[in-house]
Design a binder for this molecule. Structure first.
Ligand code: HEC
Ligand code: HEC
Length: 333
């Protein structure tokens, strides 16, 4: 093949691959978050109501939003959550933002889907402390809910599978695109300051992206907490071994997303790192055997803060009132 032909073939390939496609993304270990595509708006609206409805709890006081506060990054900003009767929870509440990008739900991945997950807290005695039967009888006693379930699912009776499906559909909309880091990934080179960019280079070069990668910068694998140095914790959580029963999975936890991490303090499954500075220092030491200087740590923290994206933006749902037939809340039992 003559040189000229080879070149034109090459040019053809380049043309074909760039024709009609979006501007090339930088080949980086973290990819931008795309906005949610809403397939069933009616189901999402219903799920939003349920997410905010404290009547799914025995006390009538705790909703999903109590521990996954959408005004505060989808978390409760507590070391461990407060459940029914002010019970101290066993583990830190992860954010619900971008949870649709997770390989599985919970720190140990014991729920495979958002729908599987959503039934758990309602009936967990340490969380909302209701039962599925009681939650259904509450919803079934409220005609506006019955009508809304019928409009979405086409049936007269409300089931827990419909409740969890609607909540999951709402949660799938809780993605946070348009962070400054994503703008940079998409080609806006002015979106990051020099210090933030240096922080990102350090984050990559020191090996953080081995575990914190993909569009959520985490959420896609289970990894050992304490690769090069054991992590000391008083928390009884044992990680993925609780699900797989494989000793090799002891102290493996789902790598948390670093999206919106500025908002989701405190950090780690036991909530023991109060600040990002502390979390970055611990990660460097126990995962990578690396002690960052104060200046390096500050740059990585500056980079992490560029991962804050557009927060959920919607009208607060107004919930249909209870009726004479609605089972009453029992906050102090
Ligand atoms: C009392 C506080 C509390 C309430 C109420 C609560 N959660 Fe959670 N949520 C938690 C905690 C703590 C975890 C982590 C548990 C674990 O990993 O073992 C969690 C985990 C999750 C996760 C998994 C996130 C991830 O990254 O693994 C999702 C999704 C979630 N909750 C959604 C909900 C929904 C939906 C409701 C309402 C039906 C709800 N939560 C009610 C505290 C709460
Ligand atoms: C070997 C895998 C691995 C590497 C490498 C790693 N991490 Fe992590 N990271 C994890 C896991 C697993 C957790 C959750 C551990 C836990 O809480 O038990 C975590 C948690 C975090 C958290 C807390 C997030 C939260 O919401 O609780 C931050 C911040 C963090 N990592 C930043 C970093 C930085 C910065 C680096 C590089 C210096 C790094 N990580 C390297 C696996 C890793």
């Amino acid at each position: 093949m003559s040189k000229r032909v080879a070149l034109s073939v090459l040019a053809g390939i380049v043309l074909a691959s760039s024709a009609g496609s979006a501007p090339a993304l930088a080949a980086e270990p973290i990819q931008p978050i795309e906005p949610a595509k809403i397939m069933s708006p009616g189901m999402v609206e219903l799920g939003k109501k349920l997410f905010f409805d404290p009547r799914l709890s025995k006390s009538g006081f705790i909703s999903c939003n109590s521990c996954h506060n959408l005004s505060m990054g989808g978390s409760d900003n507590l070391k461990t959550s407060i459940g029914h009767n002010w019970q101290q929870g066993p583990i830190n509440a992860p954010t619900v933002l971008n949870s649709s990008l997770n390989v599985a739900q919970f720190w140990d991945g014991r729920a495979l889907t958002l729908q599987d997950q959503a039934g758990g807290p309602i009936a967990n005695p340490g969380e909302m402390a209701s039962t599925h039967a009681l939650a259904i009888s509450v919803l079934q006693s409220i005609p506006a809910y019955v009508a809304e379930f019928k409009a979405v699912f086409g049936r007269e009776t409300v089931t827990i599978a419909e409740v969890t499906q609607a909540i999951a559909a709402f949660e799938e909309t809780l993605v946070t695109p348009n962070s400054r880091f994503d703008k940079w990934l998409k080609g806006d080179k002015g979106a990051l300051t020099n210090a933030e960019l240096e922080g990102y280079e350090l984050f990559k070069d020191s090996g953080c992206t081995a575990c914190h990668n993909g569009s959520a910068a985490g959420g896609n694998t289970f990894q050992k907490m304490g690769v090069v140095e054991p992590y000391q914790s008083t928390s009884p959580a044992e990680g993925r071994v609780a699900v797989t029963k494989e000793e090799a999975d002891r102290f493996n936890f789902k790598v948390p997303t670093l999206r919106n991490v500025e908002m989701t303090y405190p950090y780690f499954h036991d909530g023991e790192a109060a600040t990002l500075t502390q979390a970055v220092d611990t990660m460097g030491r126990i995962q990578l055997g690396r002690k960052f200087t104060e200046a390096e740590n500050a740059k990585i923290v500056a980079f992490l803060k560029t991962l804050t994206g557009d927060q959920p933006d919607f009208k607060l749902p107004i919930l249909p009132p209870s009726t004479d037939a609605t089972p009453r809340p029992r906050p102090f039992d």
